[in-house]
Ligand binder design. Structure first.
Ligand code: 6PG
Length: 226
């Protein structure tokens, strides 16, 4: 069973990510460009590269920033995905047109309504966990079965391996996108990627989008049947 979408084997995941974001910005359909950011170490490296390679190529005054998921911690907490994006990208490229933080204390409705007003996100960046999770959609977690009308859900990792309660896009929320880029880097992701290829029902196997692109390096692709 193939991995859904297109898998691109790349030497440098952060650089390939930056190139694809610049291209998506350049070919955007509206004047503004909406992007939902991820968390994690791969994302941090991708955003640091985007700040350099996309700093002048992208007019950040035209970019509306969203999040694909967030940990339910203060936005100045070291584990906050908002703080990660600020440190790695937003503080380096100057003011974006708008930043739409996920605020757990408000519940999911404000974000659901905001995404409803937007219609579709131009680009969603997702990562892949070693357990096959993406965003904060963890194996065996409640949000996997969210009502199809829900674009956003509160969620937790039932194993406790991924700490903090979360707010996350659901599969329906992820599907409301023109493009999804999934960045997968390193040997520790090879098994999860191979399990998806083998047809296992892991959360990341359910990512759908109008255009779904996996940016994968050799180490992460090392267990794939080719
Ligand atoms: C999060 C992310 C999560 C991440 C993967 C990969 O909030 O933690 O959204 O889905 O993308 O866990 O993270 P690494 O790149 O650190 O392995």
């Amino acid at each position: 069973m193939p991995i859904p979408g297109d898998l691109l084997l790349v030497d440098d995941v952060p650089s390939a990510f930056a190139e694809h974001v610049v291209e998506a910005f350049r070919t955007r359909e509206r004047d503004t460009f909406s992007i939902a950011l991820s968390g994690g170490d791969t994302a941090r490296r991708c955003y640091e590269r985007l700040a350099v390679e996309g700093g002048s190529e992208i007019d950040w005054w035209k970019v509306d920033v969203y999040w694909g998921d967030e940990r339910c911690v203060p936005h100045d907490h070291q584990d906050s995905n908002y703080l990660l994006a600020r440190e790695a990208l937003l503080d380096r490229v100057g003011a974006a047109n708008a930043t739409h933080l996920m605020r757990c204390t408000e519940g999911t409705d404000p974000y659901q309504l905001r995404l409803g007003d937007l219609g579709r996100l131009d680009l969603i960046h997702l990562g892949l966990g070693p357990d096959g999770h993406t965003a904060s959609l963890f194996p065996g977690s409640a949000a996997l079965d969210a009502d199809p009308g829900r674009l956003v859900a509160m969620n937790e990792d039932p194993t406790g391996n991924n700490i903090h309660p979360r707010m996350t896009l659901t599969f329906a929320g992820i599907a409301r996108s023109h493009t999804v880029l999934v960045t997968v880097s390193g040997e520790e992701k090879a098994e999860a990627l191979a399990r998806i290829q083998a047809g296992e029902d892991l959360p990341a196997a359910h990512i759908r989008s109008e255009r779904l692109i996996w940016l994968v390096d050799e180490a992460a692709a090392s267990h794939l049947a080719r």
